[in-house]
Design a protein around this ligand. Structure first.
Ligand code: URA
Length: 234
């Protein structure tokens, strides 16, 4: 594995950050400062970054998990709340969740140990739409749906164009499918608040072409090779 990818996969820096560390002479391989930025790490190589050994390259693994409400999406929580990583039973690699969902949001979260992919998804081209299904307290009129599509002001800034459609009613409540390409804090909840509705439940059903499908709550599956390729290029 190329040295910058190896360092990124260990979660130490992005690939570009790894290149900078190499250029600054902070990376040693087998005891010597590395001078070749394109070095391929071989089994048994000892890699040291900033004086700290970096573990042997792990196999890169990629999962999609259906997060239940009541779990956080960071690797650790200062309040001891359960994290989505607690739901993984047979994963030995040092994985982390990519991006975040609120404690009370359900649905699709990607889990991997590929630091480079994590960085890439955190800073995508901005064209990847994330799809959510929101249960809200009321029925939106066509005009209100249009407001969500055109953009509403949250935290003093207008949201980018979105897709929004009614997706069924449930007594006095209704379901709305909304697709957004930004990832602002509690964005979907705040968008509904901005037009006078409260989100009662929220589930992410897709990130671009990666879909939750029939994955049960709390379960996870491996991403296919095509899905991994798609995420690397989105
Ligand atoms: N928007 C929200 O309001 N919450 C989430 O968890 C994700 C998007």
């Amino acid at each position: 594995m190329r040295i910058n990818k190896y360092i990124a996969a260990a979660g130490i820096a992005s690939r570009r950050g790894a290149d900078e560390l190499i250029a600054a002479g902070k990376v040693k391989v087998n005891g010597a400062v590395l001078t070749q930025p394109g070095y391929d790490v071989k089994e048994g190589d000892s890699v040291v970054v900033n004086g700290r050994p970096v573990g042997a390259a792990e196999k890169l693994v990629y999962y999609v998990l259906n997060k239940p409400a009541g779990y956080i999406t960071s690797a650790r929580d200062e309040f001891g709340r359960p994290t989505v990583l607690n739901l993984l039973e047979d994963v030995e690699e040092r994985v982390f969740p990519v991006g975040r969902l609120d404690y009370d949001t359900m649905g699709l979260i990607i889990i991997t140990n590929d630091g480079a992919l994590g960085n890439h998804i955190a800073h995508p081209s901005g064209e990847v739409y994330k799809t959510y299904l929101a249960r809200v307290n009321g029925h939106l009129s066509p005009r209100e749906l249009q407001k969500l599509r055109d953009g509403v002001y949250i935290d003093g800034r207008r949201t980018a164009p979105a897709f929004a459609e009614n997706a069924g009613t449930d007594g006095s409540c209704s379901m709305v499918e909304i697709k957004i390409r930004e990832g602002r804090n509690r964005q979907v909840r705040k968008m509904f608040e901005a037009i006078g509705y409260k989100v009662l439940a929220l589930k992410r059903t897709a990130i671009g072409e990666i879909r939750l499908g029939r994955l049960k709550e709390g379960s996870y599956r491996k991403l296919s090779a095509e899905e991994i390729e798609y995420l690397k290029n989105c």
